[in-house]
Design a protein around this ligand. Sequence first.
Ligand code: ZN
Length: 341
Amino acid sequence: MHGREVGRQIHEDRSAGYEERLAAYQRESAPECGDRFTAMPWMDDGELHIDGICLVATMVQAFNLRLPKTLVPPSTCTGCRHVGAADPVSVRTEAERSMVAANAWERARHAERSCSAWRGMQTATHDQVSKLFQALLADAGWDQVEEEDKWWDLDAPGTGWGHRRPDITALHPSTGVKYVFDVMIRWATAETAGREAGAGAAWAEAYKVKRYADALGRLDDAEDALALREGRAPNYTRRDVFVPLAFEGGGAWGARAKDLLLTCGRRMEGEKHEVLHWSGMGWGKHWRQRIGVAIARGRARLLVRAATGRALWGSGGRKGRQGKDAKRPSPLSTEWDQHSC
Ligand SMILES: [Zn+2]
């Protein structure tokens, strides 16, 4: 897909809609973007499975290909009743065909970027990515991995905009320092169109850092005040560390999340390699695939829902099995077997 020849063609192409195709190609250029596709062949069921319609939607969204008829949302949005541009009455010339294709993409983009009706689906995907990251941290030996710790930043003035409730808090496996994580998925947006993969995630990281600055400052001030009262030096090693976990709809990860995954893998490799021939790289790829598939499936389902009204729920696998095979391990299991990837 990322062959040199394909890349050259995409860069030289000037047919209708080329800007969006080129932008999509650039968004897909981070190495981790490919992980969601490599996850599929060896697992045709369960958490890492993407069913047929979602696979088509994922490919079309990833590379801004022409939308197949089944994935074109109606001109009046079924979610918010927004009325988009009407298609030409007759479709015979190339210009008319291009207009139909452009309208189709306009509606698909409305569903993903500006329609309020499908926000809940994006939130559900965000929550799933957060859960996967919790499982990842637990697997990597982090302690007290907690979701939405309501006790964090409790001293915030009022319940207004100042108070932060992070998606995840956990204690570092070797230092015991409390880490505070917040997940953000940057779906395809107008602001990052045409920019390289990771630009949207970098934006999200900076946004989250700014959002958390006051809360972290409050906690530092509280520790300083406590130290003053107790007549000791402030304890700098006990300060919470904030890490924004940012992802893009196209699959690119933010630098901070990538660093974290790499460090976890390396640390575990040091511990486990001798006895298990354990590979931190394989472990990292496994989590990139799980998170990549969760985002791709969430994004694809939104388009399917906007286009067909069909809600695709569940883990994305086939309908539940019958009989003795019915019971499957939890899709958020922290177990990892390096032979399965
Ligand atoms: Zn809408």
